[in-house]
Write a protein that binds this ligand. Sequence first.
Ligand code: AMP
Ligand code: MN
Ligand code: MN
Ligand code: MN
Length: 278
Amino acid sequence: MSIDLHCHSTVSDGALTPAEVVLRASANGCRLLALTDHDHTGGLAAAHAQAKQSGITLINGVEISVSWRGRTIHIVGLNISPEDEVLQTLLGRLRSGRLQRLQAIADKLAKKGISDAYEGTLALATNIDMVTRTHIADFLVRSGHVNKKADAFRKYLGDGKSCSVKHQWAELAEVVTAIRHAGGIAVIAHPMRYELSATARRNLFSDFKACGGEAIEVHSGRSNLNDRLNYALLAQQFDFLASCGSDFHRDGDFGGGLLGCCPELPPICKPVWDHLAD
Ligand code: AMP
Ligand code: MN
Ligand code: MN
Ligand code: MN
């Protein structure tokens, strides 16, 4: 059975609509899919409608932005109830902070001679309520300031680069609590992407566990077997369930795998999907 518990649609920074995401995943052989847009659950209804038609099981998901000890970490919530007020209040607050951050980044870009980044980015956003650095990178490509999106991150938008803005996202404990309040399971997204020392990673996993986190992604995007074995062992040590996700945004994108398709997890893993209702 092909399973993918992490992907994006036009409701955040993906290129396919929620229905297109489900159709594509289904065409790729996926039977169990979670749509996990950044800080937004607005695509779930349309995704469910398509999932019913396509005969594929859709899990309600979300990927929430967290600031932990000065770093940005992403926490996926699986099986959340989108109606939950505590969760929606948190997501609403994160989204309004995003517009303020866009303005701050646009101000920095203006000082580099790049004007109109605020309006230009909003004009390209697929959802005005959910503007990400991906959209700012799109603006920089389309306005001819860089050749490709990766260069926009390398030159301007990546952490610590000339026009990056340090942003305060939600607290780890608050996010895990909100996911649990909404009936979901909290999962550390793509732990292999944070460039953490072994000590920092242990601290993150312990903090996450202490506030009620239950799972980590053992596979993300285009992970290799070595990553999967490492994170399977870490999941075992910390008694975490194991998840897997393509983190698909668009074809040929940075880090993302094939939508709907993930490799088998190492046999020592306890799969998170055994704990998701169908
Ligand atoms: P934000 O949440 O607005 O900070 O945007 C983060 C998003 O930007 C991530 O979810 C990725 O989709 C994308 N992203 C981050 N780093 C890169 C990169 N180096 N190249 C391309 N996309 C990136
Ligand atoms: Mn993204
Ligand atoms: Mn992420
Ligand atoms: Mn993601």
